[in-house]
Ligand binder design. Sequence first.
Ligand code: UDP
Length: 446
Amino acid sequence: MENKGTKPAIVLFPFPLQGHLNPMFQLANILFRRGFSVTVIHTQFNFPISWNCPDFRFVQITDALSENEASNPDVVELLHDLNSKCADPFADCLRDILSEESGASCVVVDALWYFTADVTAKIGISRIVLRTSNLCSFVPFAEFHVLREKGYLPLQESEAESPVPEFPSLRMKDLPWIETKDPRSLDKLLSSLSKALQSSSGIIFNTIEELEMDSLYQIHKKFPGVPIFCIGPFHRYVSASSSSLLTQDMTCVSWLDKQLPNSTIYVSLGSIASIDESEFLEIAWGLSNSDQPFLWMVRPGSVRGSEWIELLPKGFVESLEGRGKIVRWAPQLEVLGHGATGGFLTHCGWNSTLESICEGVPMICMPSFGDQNVNARYISDVWRIGLHLENKIERKEIEKSIRVLMASSEIRERMRKMKKTAEECLGQGGSSYCTLGNLIPHILSL
Ligand code: UDP
């Protein structure tokens, strides 16, 4: 594994979606700082063109996705397409890398690349998996077939509020689900993921053990013999350069500079979730009526049936008189870390949730699909660091929740404590610090 007697070499294979690229590049930086030479194998699809990192070597594989496949809104189909199209190019590329003098004895792949289990077994190289979700949403995903057999999924509307016997913190409507043309393809996806995790040499999570001890115990039971490494929050180890797929609008920061401390609501639904016109307008009026300053990231194409914000009523932006700013993509870490940001109306993607925890910003949860509903339940009911918009997206509910969140010293205090936990886990003797200390020799031993 040694690179001419100097650096151990490692190969990383990120999944080309924003919420997966960010943690993998952060992990790459962590490993680089720990002395590894890093090679990143990447697809043509969704590779961050602005990524500028002289420390890593990048090798592109041909994914051969057609234009239709690349813009498929059915995420499950897109995942299967990428897995089937990348298998051979990845295998060839990996063989080439391994035939070089520097070699590598371990690959770190995103869990969504389930095909890599067979390829790495055939080639005879160890595979560690990065799972970019947290533990509490991962457990129900790992038990997906049981939830399906019991008839909990797809959700029966009449059962939406019932508690899940196997997961007492969750209601039926919180269980992870991804809309797709054929639900059997979701079954196939999740069973392939689970199988690939079972045969891995370890699973890395971007989370903090203290937040989810019960789930960690369940994962050890579910994957006996597979070492689990909770070493998050990744983005706090090193300030990596951005792996953003879209250009960040840096005017957010100077706009925030003009707002009062803790006054502003930041709104973002992440990189994949979309909403319809009426939901978009309800959010707009809820924000406007709250009388609170807001910074709203509306990703182009995220409002179904429109390019960007042209569905807003005429004069809406002017009527805000500078109290609201709308951008296409924000420098989210800077925004959450800005002293003016006092609340986060979020879709509850795990990266966004963890970033908010690290900055001590309480949340209003507006989850959409997949793990987001589980995260929202934990934010509102288990960790109690935010509020949950339980029902349909409605302006009065949004306005009310903003007012309640901004006035709640209890939520803010719990968030302050959780932020401290997130800081302490990285310090000497902290859980993530110690686990990273175990991960490095584990990789070197493979
Ligand atoms: N993000 C960003 N700018 C934005 C919105 C999101 O940089 O305007 C980043 C955010 O910091 C996070 C990632 O995109 O790291 C989104 O990941 P998450 O898991 O929260 O949600 P997903 O997009 O996967 O649904």
